[in-house]
Design a protein around this ligand. Sequence first.
Ligand code: MEV
Length: 462
Amino acid sequence: MSPSPLIGSSSSVAPEEVLPAGMASRSSRIPGFYQLSAEERLQALARYADLDGQEIDFLRTAAALTPEKADKMVENAIGIHAMPLGLGLNFFINGRDYLVPMAIEEASVVASASYSAKLIREAGGFIAGSSGRIMIGQIQVVHCPNLEVARQELLDRADELIELANRAYPSMAERGGGARELEVRILGAGSSEGRAAAAGRGAAAAVPMLVAQFYIDTQDAMGANVINTMMEAVAPVIEEFTGGRVYLRILSNLTDRCLAWSQVVLPPRVLKTGHLSGEDVVEGILMAQAFADADPYRAATHNKGVMNGIDAVVIATGNDWRAIEAGCHAYAARDGQYGAMTHWSRDGQGNLVGRIELPMAVGTAGVVRSNPASALALKILGVETARELAEVIVSVGLAQNLAAIKALATEGIQKGHMALHARNVAMSAGARGDEVEEIALAMVQSREIRLAKALELLNRKR
Ligand code: MEV
């Protein structure tokens, strides 16, 4: 399809002339967005997020990441792996609208996040927050002649060690970040912390060790390189001070001093379905919560639903989703039993209250911008800081979880999946506007969701 004259052109056309309802007022509530063609959506987004011609082409052709760039990012590069990028709608967080880019291959994730974000916005939106952004670097020291003496020595010289760490990465200190604090832990034989962990894993004998744990402010960067560089720089001095031998020097992905949380309060009326009262739906969601709380087998699936939303935004914004996955699951097991990442309860007025809190060490600066598609996703999202990004991401996780457990506790997920599939087939057959719903519904009713059927229905109608 040839690019629209609007794309990358001047702003001589007033936004309301080209933007679907909602977008002109910079709302993320855009009725009928899904009924537009992909090209029409792109045009509308270009206006909304002020994208230039090159950025539009990046989205249209996935050409943001060139083979040359890819070759500099990984070894043995042979190409580029593309993924669909959808737009999560209706997100209203801390009084601000967000259009949320989501990179994901699974059908219905973007639609269901947008669906529950719509319910949540009707109830006032998400209230989200975050802690400071303090990351953790660890240095493992073994064979210390005396663990307690070594520990005290490191604590006594903490200022010196912190300064040394900061000298290893001066630009972080210049940006207002850097190593802040040192904690020294004793693990292994004789320590309750190490004994419990080793016993849980059937380890024959816990190895006595000391862990020098640095707390580092990485500002708006995720900071892996900063932390690892600092740890490697400090390690020889740690060996000298302790008389022990250093093995591992690496960040921890359990970033429990870099947390983000989000909360929603939903009156039952926004949850009611065609067949069930809002109170019944609340009850079903509380039963889903009880199942996840009682059973790690269910908690894993419950959390997979949460991560459907989280990963999609983490990937779109160029962040390290393996790090985020590791941190979130470890945090979900912080009480000794793997549990749900979200918590749903009922307040005194009968409202459904949902809360999520997770480690969210994402960045908006540094390496995440090496892929221009990620920089573009950040521009569309319009976040100013890494903390704001983290708050949006956990809100998407909460919305995704609500959509999943609401469907599971009521009509099941297949009905919605089939309806979405039918819409996609109708659109592939050329249905536009109101035709999309009409043809999709006819296919669902006839239990024949196929392109040939959609074409037949469309021909008959036209
Ligand atoms: C599927 O991708 C995610 C769900 O299984 C999540 C859940 O069961 O809560 C539907």
